[in-house]
Ligand binder design. Structure first.
Ligand code: G16
Length: 542
């Protein structure tokens, strides 16, 4: 039975860098999810007659939320819902399904790398017909709709059994429950040289992939172990759990600590990799050799010719603004177009659609290509495997050779989490006010060459995004960037991105924190981080 439920706007339903993310308990409040979903429908002009892909990363509240989304899609006249079995779909697999099945869009339930569980985080993201996250004009319309909503529509019906593959119906809407892995795995097989990777594993190459108790487990097991012949046990923490085993499913050296320790032991495997809550982030680590996401992007760009999907060459490359400039020099050497976009995968969408960029990456552990319109953790791991299968060298050797050719961009991101929101905004405002006066001044023995606030004009649709981070360039090839995260759920997270180019091969082996020490001190001095936040050190350094 279709129900028309009167409601009122709920404050704060503004999508951030990637959808709406809040504490799970906030989403569990009566009407909270319903208000947002109805606002999505209202913001996109309704879902009448449309086909939607629906799935999530399996975190606590996932299945319940999917039942609500289905009941609301059916009540609003959607024609067809394609749902991952047991409500599971990794973000890149959802993006692929939207494209493959020519759906009108999709709803992905995930707070990505944020912890899950009753005390953790939950999130909802709307993706458009190209498979990518909704662009800013769409999220703006959705936000507007959250502020004027007066009612939502929902079908009151028994829950749909999401465990059984095949078709069923909810009201007049067809629901198709699909294997979450099958189509994605088939796509990967088209993109990479599986025979070469299989031969690599047969030659004794070893790896560990830490799925961090999140959605990538079934994908990684099917592809790495069952198809490519990696030894059983290659995939660690491969069974998705609603609270990610109590962990923080963020693939970086801090949260993937066990894997990092393993990779620094004498009996370390050849390759270590990890992926996040919804499978779109990745970490790459060799024996005693962590690869920063920025370096990973540069290495993939430099070696793209070894990957069958890129046999025709790259249309161009793109990186988010705070990502290191390592890929820029590869692009320059190879005569490739190189774009700098604001943080958020949605900004790559138009470039990928227009084939102006076919390889994109972000410092936040996101790498991907034009095969879908999301970043893709497992794709990045397979790309590395494909390159290593061709080169038959270690990760460390590959990095050394890369730096010898292009120089090394020492890079680190310092995060100050759950900072008082007003203090964080004041810090940014105060620094913004001084930007024009900084060039020509000196700090910690470095001169400021240039300073600005990043804004971006999309080269395809001309849309303009302002206020995308404060940038300061220093003598000696240094750069620092300040911005506030758009994915946190508590207070504000201040992100400070630090970078310096080193071209002397004798200095490629330093610890990044040491190599960047003067820039780190300069950042603190310029922005007054200690004084304004009361923090003497960042919570996370990656
Ligand atoms: C999301 C976005 C990324 C972005 C990252 C960090 O990643 O999809 O494009 O780089 O957040 O954003 P922020 O610095 O604003 O926190 P994910 O993996 O959380 O979806």
């Amino acid at each position: 039975m279709r129900k028309f439920i009167p409601t009122k706007p709920i404050e704060g339903q503004k999508p951030g860098t990637s959808g709406l993310r809040k504490k799970t308990r906030v989403f569990q409040q009566p009407g909270y999810l319903e208000n947002f979903i109805q606002s999505v429908w209202n913001g996109i002009g309704g879902v009448g007659g449309k086909t939607l892909v629906i799935g999530g990363d399996g975190r606590f509240f996932n299945e319940q939320a999917i039942q609500t989304v289905l009941a609301m899609a059916a009540a609003s006249g959607a024609r067809h819902a394609i749902v991952g079995q047991n409500g599971l779909l990794s973000t890149p697999a959802a993006s692929h399904l939207i494209r493959l099945r020519k759906a009108d869009g999709g709803i992905i339930l995930s707070a990505s790398h944020n912890p899950g569980g009753e005390n953790g985080d939950f999130g909802v993201k709307y993706n458009v017909a190209n498979g990518g996250p909704a662009p800013e004009d769409v999220t703006a319309r959705i936000f507007e709709a959250t502020q004027t909503i007066e009612h939502y529509d929902i079908l009151r019906a028994p829950p749909v059994d999401l465990s059984v593959l095949g078709e069923t119906a909810l009201g007049a809407m067809t629901i198709e429950i699909v294997d979450p892995v099958r189509d994605y795995a088939a796509l990967m097989e088209q993109l990479f040289d599986f025979a070469k990777i299989r031969a690599l594993f047969q030659s004794g190459f070893t790896m560990r992939f830490d799925a961090m108790h999140a959605v990538t487990g079934p994908y990684a097991t099917a592809i790495l172990e069952d198809t490519l012949g990696a030894a059983p046990g290659t995939v660690l923490n491969g069974v998705p759990s609603p609270d990610f085993g109590g962990g923080h499913p963020d693939p970086n050296p801090i949260w993937a600590k066990e894997l990092m320790e393993l990779m620094h032991r004498a009996d370390a495997p050849d390759l270590g990799a990890a992926s996040d809550g919804d499978g779109d982030r990745n970490m790459i680590v060799g024996r005693n050799c962590y690869v920063t996401p920025s370096d990973s992007l540069a290495v993939l760009a430099a070696n793209a010719g070894l990957i069958p999907a890129f046999a025709v060459g790259l249309g161009g490359v793109a990186r988010s603004m705070p990502t290191s400039q390592a890929v820029d020099r590869v692009a320059e050497a190879q005569g490739l177009r190189c774009f700098e976009t604001p943080t958020g995968w949605k900004f790559f969408g138009n470039l990928l659609d227009a084939d102006m960029a076919s390889l994109c990456g972000e410092e936040s552990a996101g790498t991907g290509s034009n095969h879908v319109r999301e970043k893709d953790g497992l794709w990045a791991v397979l790309a590395w495997l494909n390159i290593l299968a061709e080169k038959r060298c270690s990760v460390a050797e590959l990095m050394q050779a890369h730096w010898a050719e292009y120089g090394r961009n020492y890079y680190s991101r310092h995060d100050y989490e759950a900072v008082d929101s007003a203090a964080a905004s004041d810090l940014i405002a105060a620094l913004r006010a001084r930007l024009a006066d900084l060039p020509g001044t000196h700090v910690q023995g470095l001169s400021v060459l240039k300073a600005d606030e990043f804004g971006y004009t999309d080269p395809i649709d001309g849309s303009r995004s302002e206020g995308q981070g404060l940038r300061i360039w220093l003598s000696g090839g240094g750069r620092m960037v300040f911005r506030l995260s758009g994915t946190g759920t508590e207070g504000a997270t201040l992100r400070v991105y630090l970078e310096r180019l080193e071209t002397d091969p004798d200095k490629f082996g330093d610890d990044p924190q040491q190599a960047l020490a003067d820039i780190i001190a300069a950042a603190d001095q310029l922005a007054g981080i200690r004084d304004r936040t009361g923090r003497s050190a960042p919570d996370v350094r990656t």
